[in-house]
Design a protein around this ligand. Structure first.
Ligand code: HMG
Ligand code: MG
Length: 298
């Protein structure tokens, strides 16, 4: 039996827009967040407090956070790779912070310039500080199925890093198929590895749709009882440190599938499609979502 309700985190403003060649002005990002919350999103990953030398697209993190008109019941999360990022984020009052590690050594080095072991050492004080301030900490675990540099990743490695994240006090683990090479059974194995160390209510799926597998992988995750997923409006994005990886699964496509399965999301699909059309118009390309394209052409 599938879950009757799913929580979607729209990561478009962060995972999506971090990857745009042309800088997206802060007011456009803020407008996107506003449209997402009007469409019923209850959790939005807004931005990252990372080095502007590494990811210039997120240099306006504080400005974007300050510009959002917050809605009651909506949670706003931000990425914080280290204490410096956390301290900058703290002044902008996030509801949740995200540390991001990897199940692959090579990806860890390319993405955050340190080994997995070093990353855990850096995250520990972030988790401690966040918990002191009553802010929830999620960890994203990249390359949980495959790595652009190391190839296939064994579930055992996911379990290992999951345990390390748990040991430092991380509350929630997002299992990420960064480059979208996962297929349903492999994704289930990765999720099961995470579930050895985190409860079902604290594991989520973060699927990129590079090979068109993300909806199938979402259904496979639902079969395990996983009920929280990241998705990106209009299928925005990719990762600057994973060449060729496309965006997250489009939120519109996930919502269409879930509603068809009678699974509640609280999201108004038409309003969501409008949000995606609006940011896509700004980026001067059509939304990368089959459901949005179908609805817009109806
Ligand atoms: P580093 O160079 O090793 O850091 O980078 P450092 O501590 O040696 O500091 C070097 C310089 O960066 C210093 O400045 C620091 O002040 C500054 P300088 O003295 O040279 O002027 N610095 C910072 N500035 C602003 N905010 C900070 C910060 N930290 C240091 N937080 C670091 C290490 C982690 C900072 C760097 O590698 C970085 O910013 N990486 C960002 C990578 C990134 O954002 N990747 C994309 C997000 S992850 C993702 O997309 C995957 C995900 O979606 C899941 C999935 O799909 O897999 C989450
Ligand atoms: Mg991602």
């Amino acid at each position: 039996q599938l879950p009757s309700r799913v929580k979607l985190v729209d990561v478009g403003p962060r995972d999506g827009l971090q990857n745009e060649k042309q800088p997206v002005p802060a007011p456009v990002k803020i407008e996107l967040v506003h449209r997402l919350q009007r469409a019923g999103l209850r959790e939005i990953e807004v931005t990252s407090f990372v080095s502007p030398k590494w990811v210039p697209q997120m240099a306006d993190a504080a400005e974007v956070m300050a510009g959002i008109e917050r809605r009651a019941g909506v949670r706003y999360s931000v990425l914080t790779p280290n204490l410096k990022g956390f301290e900058a984020a703290l002044t902008t009052r996030p509801d949740e912070v995200v540390v991001f590690g990897a199940a692959s050594e090579a990806f860890s080095q390319r993405n955050i310039n340190c080994s997995i072991a070093e990353s855990i050492e850096r995250f520990a004080p972030v988790v401690e500080a966040a918990r002191r301030h009553g802010i929830k900490v999620r960890a994203a675990l990249s390359c949980a199925v495959g790595c652009p540099y190391e190839g296939e990743i064994a579930p055992e490695r996911v379990a290992q890093v999951a345990r390390q994240m748990k040991d430092i006090g991380v509350q929630h683990l997002g299992v990420a198929d960064t480059i979208g090479v996962g297929t349903p059974r492999k994704v289930q194995r990765a999720l099961e590895a995470a579930l050895r160390h985190f409860p079902l209510d604290e594991v989520s799926g973060h699927f990129h749709d590079t090979y068109g597998q993300a909806l199938a992988n979402t259904l496979a995750a639902l079969e395990l009882g996983v009920w929280q997923f990241d998705a990106s409006v209009a299928g925005l994005g990719g990762c600057p440190y994973a060449k060729g990886a496309t965006g997250n699964v489009a939120t519109e496509d996930v919502v269409f599938m879930l509603h068809g399965l009678d699974i509640e999301t609280g999201i108004d699909l038409e309003a969501l499609v409008d949000a995606g059309a609006s940011i896509s118009a700004h980026l001067q390309r059509p939304p990368n979502s089959r459901a949005a394209t179908a609805i817009l052409n109806k």
